[in-house]
Design a protein around this ligand. Structure first.
Ligand SMILES: Nc1ncnc2c1ncn2[C@@H]1O[C@H](COP(=O)(O)OP(=O)(O)OP(=O)(O)O)[C@@H](O)[C@H]1O
Ligand SMILES: [Mg+2]
Length: 1062
């Protein structure tokens, strides 16, 4: 494979901008001139798209449109524990019980008695064992081998086996690290006996000095109580890994923690010496083999990981073709940060589904290696994140949540706790409002924390220099692709291979000579059936289609002509899949899928519900389904590669394909480890030939900042948050910040006619006019550009609620009006207030349906419509096609229509029947629901900042919960686990797994036997995600307890008494 072409580049940025006077600029033309007017397509793909979304989000994005400071985890607060605490407080008031309890901090996490009572498994004895083993180590490391049975050697990490057996050259070694291992081993000899494992949380015996220090502060208020014990027990439960644990497993844990400790020391000593596996314990290598089947790093991965710039923790951008294995490098760097440098890590991924996939994939690493994996997507995530006592956190976030997370860390002065930020699909920085949010996030990290490293990766980067300058990053690239990808074009009956060396970019490959009947020829002029049957059912195939409808038609057409033999391939599993799809959809099944699945074929687009999508993807990834007809969204979505990728036409909707889109789509071809090659075929008509030839020879599209183009979601939001967070509060400082943005780098190309200074002044003027900012005019002596701005209450509410500034005044007005007469007899009025504006502006009601629904409303519900100014007669006139003279606010009418949809959904909790009632795709209804849940949380945070809206707070907490889950209450605890959607939750619940604790303690082998259609892989992922979540919750409670019992640092008497002593 070609490893050539890799190189490293470095750039230094020097920027200066002119500054005209403030007065002259305040009179400048309005920001509207900055806004180009074209609208985003319904479906976009990863690829540079310099377009604005006009404040309207495409449906598929709405599930990623996130709220800020959303905190739904707190809904599940444990009131039982509170009661225990109350009782206990009373009990402790009795004089005979007022004695000092054992120091909490120095206690074992699970006392022996509690362990016995609650059957905590021996893993909780880990601490004692660790110390025991450590004591043994102190007397000489040979002691470790006291029980050198085969079992033990089998269970310990391979580095330790190497160590015991003194092997210098292991055949299992990844990338020939024998020399490195020798160094490691000698280092290990030196350091392993020097100190206790650093990350040993539950050390029962601390040295005197340490424990006395703790006691100074704790004697007054620390006690080990029933509540503590319960919490400890829960923590213990969360840590349960296997019901029975062997001594060798305990030893393995001990050795792991020692390895981590040694690795940490190596890194701290800034030595270039590496540990067994890139400074990491060799258990990491074992886990990659075990969980991902990765036995050996690609050469480029090794080169990249050992770059000087990487060792020096410089910011880095790296770019390789699709399927090049970019993720692994990022993951290893993240593990180094978490385990060795002991810092938190933020990983930003483009879509909710990808975040969830990653959470499931990395939870098992977290459990094995001792770090938290926290989800920041959809309605999940705490702001600011919980401060963990010992273990570090890997936050996996969507772009929107990542931004809110960074804001909350800056606000609480904790940004430097973030050691590393990894951005996958970095080219998305050039994609509309989401790109602007990503840019703001990175710019804020760069500005506020010099110690946070930033790493970005992508397969489709072109103008890397600009990005390098923005991120002050080094660049690494290689053309490596593990599986060769051949690109073909099909014109009429001929297939050509794309060949950059040929004169017109292609060479003849073969003539298609299929024996087609006349009917087939008419139905399938492009030979799709023949092209897919060359591959399926033994290999998988993706057919990209321009529209959603086209996906369904093509799937049906292909199945009409497939031989009956296809029905027999994995028949039982396909039958189970159909059954399962029905189960999760209350007995419903899309007629198209009903017809195509028995042939192993399905369509895949945003019209599916997420439950359906998940089941279909799982079936495809294990080969039960062999063909997906899909829209371009799949190219940027979950990892579903194929042997052959066919592009039905060079269009996405009506627009001609872009180079980036093309690259992402064909990049799905060729599965590492499974296929020996991958191929793509672009079907085109003669008329498009010239354009296609240009497409395949053209470089990737440049990526441009969207910060200013996205006026309300971009630069205005940025300026408001900079002032709100006090990162920069005057014109000088804000301009300085703007200089360091991606826009700052590209300003001369993007907006020649205005300077950065002018643009900043303009947005500040807008924000001031809108009442979101105020100029501090007290310090008259200052120069105009040094005047400080401060955020108003409305500004803070908008900022905290992450409300699009285009709607913040409308939201304020609507809520204010609601105070005058909120109808609480039903949920309709509240739902109306939390129906997302952007979706409402996009909506086109079906007037007949509107009228039908309207006439079924109760008088109280009709009253809501009347209060909003929407009358039955107006709807009737629209439905019967009559002219309407009275002026009615179209936006309100549309928003009410969507509120009807949501209201019906909350009442019936059945997407299918609502989809039928309103004649809307079920996937759209689900996105609407997710969007409303997110927006409801945003409105809640908005209200929290404005005293006049206090009454809404309690109402919105409940409404957000209802919208977030929209299922029967008993399923909610199960659905909190990443990857468990409604259908799966129902199955698990019916099988007796009724709570998070049930799931965390489940045995995957038993699960696959009792739950229909659950693979071993999925079962393991569910159990490890549940363990991780339980562990996080238990730790959070533990932390809460400690916080509660900790003596405040400003407690009267503490300082003075210590001064007195001195
Ligand atoms: N060293 C390796 N050995 C074997 N398989 C590997 C190795 N590294 C990565 N892989 C596998 O290759 C596949 C593709 O890797 P990955 O998802 O990281 O690609 P990528 O570069 O991020 O591509 P894309 O741009 O499409 O996202 C994954 O299934 C991954 O497990
Ligand atoms: Mg990737």
């Amino acid at each position: 494979m070609d490893e050539g072409g890799s190189h490293i580049r470095r750039r230094v940025s020097i920027r200066k901008r002119n500054r005209p006077s403030l007065e002259s600029i305040f009179a400048a033309p309005t920001a509207a001139e900055l806004k180009p007017g074209d609208e985003e397509e319904e479906e976009t793909v990863a690829g540079s798209r310099r377009r604005k979304t006009v404040g309207v989000q495409p449906v598929k994005h709405s599930d990623s449109e996130e709220d800020m400071f959303g905190d739904y985890d707190s809904f599940t607060e444990n009131s039982f524990l509170a009661q225990v605490d109350d009782l206990e407080q009373k009990y402790m008031q009795l004089p005979e019980h007022r004695k000092h309890a054992t120091d909490f901090a120095t206690e074992d996490l699970c006392s022996e008695s509690i362990k016995n009572k609650l059957s905590i498994t021996p893993i909780d004895n880990f601490t004692e064992l660790k110390t025991d083993e450590h004591t043994k180590n102190q007397s000489g490391h040979n002691d470790v081998t006291l029980e050198p049975g085969a079992d033990l050697l089998y269970d310990v990490p391979s580095s330790q086996v190497l160590y015991f057996e003194n092997l210098q050259n292991s055949s299992n070694d990844l990338c020939d690290q024998s020399a490195i291992e020798r160094d490691w081993n000698s280092y290990y000899h030196k350091t392993v006996n020097e100190e206790l494992p650093h990350n040993c949380i539950e050390q029962p015996q601390k040295n005197d000095e340490f424990s006395s220090k703790i006691r100074t502060g704790s004697d007054m208020n620390r006690r080990k109580s029933v509540k503590d014990d319960l919490k400890s027990a829960m923590t213990g439960n969360a840590k349960v890994q296997t019901p029975i644990i062997s001594r060798s497993k305990q030893l393995k844990e001990t050795l792991l923690s020692e390895e981590i400790n040694v690795a940490k020391k190596i890194i701290e000593s800034s030595s270039h010496d590496l540990g067994p596996f890139y400074s990491l314990p060799s258990k990491v290598r074992d886990l990659y083999v075990q969980f991902k089947g990765i036995e050996k790093l690609y050469e480029w991965q090794h080169t990249c990981l050992t770059l000087n710039s990487v060792r020096e923790r410089k910011n880095l951008i790296y770019s390789l073709p699709t399927s090049g294995g970019k993720t692994l490098v990022a993951e290893i760097l993240m593990l180094q940060e978490l385990l060795c440098r002991r810092k938190d890590v933020l990983m930003i991924l483009p879509y909710v589904a990808i975040v969830q996939e990653k959470i499931s994939g990395l939870s098992s690493f977290g459990i094995e290696l001792g770090f938290f994996v926290e989800e920041y997507a959809g309605s999940k995530g705490k702001f600011p994140p919980i401060k963990r006592r010992e273990k570090k956190s890997l936050y996996i976030a969507t772009i929107e949540k990542g931004h809110s997370l960074v804001n909350s860390l800056i606000e609480t002065g904790r940004i430097s706790s973030l050691g590393l930020v990894v951005v996958d699909e970095l080219h998305m920085i050039g994609e509309g409002s989401r790109g602007a949010i990503l840019e703001m996030t990175l710019a804020k990290v760069l500005y506020t924390s010099k110690t946070t490293q930033i790493i970005g990766m992508s397969a489709t980067l072109s103008n890397v220099e600009d990005l390098q300058e923005f991120l002050q990053a080094e660049y690494y690239t290689s053309q490596f692709r593990p599986v060769e990808l051949k690109e073909y074009l099909k014109i009429n009956d001929t297939v050509y291979e794309v060949d950059s060396k040929a004169e017109n970019g292609m060479t003849f490959s073969r003539l298609l000579n299929y024996k087609y009947s006349d009917t087939l020829k008419k139905m399938d002029p492009d030979y799709l059936v023949a092209l897919v049957t060359e591959v399926i059912p033994n290999y998988s195939c993706l057919v990209f289609c321009p529209t959603k409808k086209n996906c369904e038609n093509v799937a049906e057409m292909i199945c009409r002509f497939l031989s009956k033999d296809y029905l027999k391939h994995r028949e039982k599993e396909k039958h189970d899949l159909v059954k399962n799809l029905k189960n999760i959809s209350s007995g419903n099944l899309c007629p198209v899928l009903k017809h195509t699945i028995p042939f192993g074929v399905a369509y895949h687009h945003s019209g599916l519900t997420s439950d359906e999508r998940k089941l279909l993807e799982e079936a495809y990834s294990i080969g039960v389904l062999c063909l997906f007809t899909c829209t371009s969204t799949l190219a940027a979505g979950v990892n579903l590669p194929a042997r052959r990728v066919i592009l039905r036409a060079p269009y996405v909707a009506k627009e001609f394909l872009k180079r980036n889109q093309y690259q992402q789509m064909i990049g799905r071809a060729g599965r590492a480890g499974i296929d020996t090659m991958g191929e793509s075929i672009l079907i085109l008509q003669e008329k498009d030939k010239q354009q296609v030839l240009e497409l395949i020879s053209r470089p990737l599209e440049n990526c441009y900042s969207c910060l200013v183009q996205e006026f309300t979601k971009g630069i205005q939001t940025l300026c408001l948050s900079l002032i709100g967070l006090k990162v920069a509060t005057n014109l000088d400082d804000i301009c300085h910040f703007m200089n360091g943005t991606f826009f700052g780098v590209q300003q001369k190309i993007l907006l020649k006619e205005k300077s950065l200074w002018e643009i900043t002044v303009e947005s500040l003027r807008h924000l001031t006019e809108k009442g979101l900012l105020q100029k501090d005019t007290l310090s008259k002596s200052k120069e105009e550009h040094q005047y400080n701005f401060h955020i108003t209450k409305l500004g803070r509410a908008s900022f905290k609620g992450t409300i699009d500034l285009a709607y913040c005044d409308i939201l304020y007005r609507d809520l204010k009006k609601g105070l005058e007469g909120l109808v609480l007899e039903s949920l309709l009025h509240l739902i109306y207030l939390t129906t997302p504006y952007d979706l409402a502006f996009q909506c086109v009601p079906d007037w007949m349906i509107y009228f039908r629904q309207f006439s079924q409303l109760s008088p109280a519900e009709q009253n809501v419509a009347a209060l909003l100014g929407v009358s039955e007669s107006f709807i009737w006139k629209k439905a019967s096609g009559q002219a309407v003279k009275k002026k009615v606010d179209k936006d309100v009418v549309n928003r009410l229509y969507l509120s009807f949809v949501l209201y019906t959904l909350l009442k019936e909790t059945n997407i299918w029947s609502v989809s039928e009632k309103f004649n809307l795709p079920r996937g759209y209804i689900q996105s609407l629901l997710t969007g409303a849940a997110s927006f409801s949380a945003c409105v809640l945070h908005f209200c929290e900042e404005l005293e006049e809206f206090w009454v809404y707070r309690a109402l919105l907490v409940e409404l957000t919960k209802k919208l977030t889950y929209c299922v029967k209450a008993e399923l909610i605890p199960l659905m909190e686990v990443t990857g468990v959607l409604e259908g799966r939750a129902k199955q698990l619940y019916n099988a007796g797994y009724k709570s998070l604790v049930h799931l965390a303690n489940a045995n995957p082998e038993v699960l696959i036997r009792t739950i229909d259609h659950l693979s071993r892989h999925q079962a393991k992922k569910i159990v490890s995600s549940a363990k991780m979540l339980l562990h996080e919750k238990a730790e959070a409670l533990q932390e809460e307890v400690e916080e509660l019992l900790r003596l405040p640092s400003d407690f009267p008497g503490i300082v003075s008494s210590s001064i007195e002593k001195a």
